[in-house]
Design a protein around this ligand. Structure first.
Ligand code: SAH
Length: 395
């Protein structure tokens, strides 16, 4: 007898999953009354229309992504041993990449653990769960994390808006230890501060690590404008790398306060200025005064939150590219980023190119990159390659 209830694919449906992708959509399965009545997060066996097994996953009748596969074997036991082996593998892959324990430890499907994100700040771990299936597995997951990494502190940032799509509530709590006032991040030789409880996402964006290093390599002797600076990721590294002057621009006062404290801690406080303003307004104001910067970074929040926002979001990226290009000096560098997974790479590049041209500038692309290797991409899930970061040099 099978331990998990069975979900059956409709005939000729689920091609992506059969080819190796981990998602099965609700329109691809036989949704009878028994299936519909399964509790969100139930572990299931998935079988193809021809009766062959597709493996073990978790199911949510409320979600468009009805099943996320966890194991290619049917009736797999998803418990401590499953999580211990996945977490140990994720840990050894990061250990091979980074000298210190500051990285994204688990990047959901990219690490075979759909619905789970874990960012590691030395012995403090910030966990985000975005699916009912992973929420139901929280105890074995924490048990394995204790065994594999011995955390001093584990913070659950279960306040992502996408949880509502899975019927999950929103909360933040310490699962181990106590939530610290602020965390320290070591990255690229700089010390930053992050707020685990109320900062954005998990408090820090590890994804831009390599893009920050690329900009820093160009920064010596340059004047830098870091738009959407958040807690100073790009700007403080550029200052540390020898920029003569850096402006960190953001609309968030708490983020700028952490950036300012970190500038002092790194001994670069004297050459970094902090401006709390709307980026669009401030770029227009700067352009009107003919101000220029040798390096401009624009790393905005996602402008395309769902597919229906694509056209409005595309216009916003184009406008940001135009305004940012208008304050970039001759022979200066411009980094434009998008973290919207609903914004395809080629469309983003086209919008950036048009925006720069509309500022009356010509440009070449020096770097076309994504997130760092602690954000592994599932090769059959383009959605996991959400970050686009283009570096242009302008004539
Ligand atoms: N570049 C940062 C991450 C940026 S996250 C890093 O390397 O860590 C996006 C930032 O944009 C957030 O800090 C948010 O406060 C800011 N933001 C969002 N909308 C804004 C706006 N209209 N004007 C200024 N800042 C904005």
């Amino acid at each position: 007898m099978s331990a998990h209830p069975t979900i059956r694919l409709k005939s000729r449906e689920g091609r992506r999953a059969i080819a190796g992708a981990p998602w099965i959509f609700s329109n691809e399965i036989e949704m009878d009354a028994r299936t519909r009545s399964l509790a969100p997060g139930t572990l299931v066996n998935v079988v193809r229309a021809d009766g062959n097994d597709l493996g073990t996953g978790y199911f949510n009748p409320k979600s468009l992504i009805a099943v996320r596969l966890l194991d290619p074997v049917a009736d797999a036991e998803i418990g401590d041993a499953f999580f211990a082996s996945h977490l140990a593998r994720a840990l050894s892959r990061r250990a091979a990449l980074f000298p210190e324990h500051f990285y994204r430890l688990v990047h959901a499907e990219g690490d075979g653990l759909p619905g789970l994100t874990i960012d590691r700040f030395n012995m403090t771990f910030v966990v985000q769960i975005t699916t009912a299936g992973m929420e139901a597995l929280i105890e074995p997951m924490f048990g394995a994390l204790d065994d594999v990494a011995s955390p001093e502190c584990v913070i659950l940032r279960n306040d992502a808006p996408s949880r509502a799509l899975e019927g999950l509530d929103s909360y933040v709590r310490a699962a181990r230890g106590e939530i610290p006032d602020r965390m320290t991040v070591h990255e690229n030789g700089v010390r930053y501060f992050a707020d685990a409880a109320s900062g954005q996402k998990t408090g820090w964006y590890f994804d831009q690590r390599d893009n920050r290093a690329f900009i820093a390599a160009l920064a010596k002797g340059q004047r830098v404008l870091d738009c959407h600076s958040y807690t100073g990721g790009f700007g403080l590294l550029a200052a540390h790398a020898g920029a003569t002057h850096v402006t960190c621009l953001d609309s968030s006062a708490p983020a700028l306060a952490l950036a300012s404290a970190a500038a002092e801690a790194n001994g670069v406080g004297g050459k970094v200025k902090f401006t709390k303003a709307d980026v669009f307004d401030e770029l227009e104001r700067l352009a009107a005064t003919n101000a220029t910067f040798d390096i401009v970074i624009a790393d905005p929040p996602p402008f395309v939150k769902s597919r229906k926002d694509l056209e409005a979001g595309a216009r916003a990226y184009r406008k940001l590219a135009r305004l940012a290009a208008s304050v970039t000096a001759a022979n200066g560098y411009l980094l434009l980023a998008s973290c919207s997974h609903n914004m395809p790479h080629d469309r983003f590049l086209a919008e950036c190119a048009i925006g720069i041209a509309r500022a009356g500038r010509r440009a070449s692309i020096l770097r076309d990159a994504g997130a760092g290797p602690d954000h592994p991409v599932h090769p059959m899930l383009p959605e996991t390659a959400y970050l686009k970061a283009l570096v242009f040099v302008l004539d």
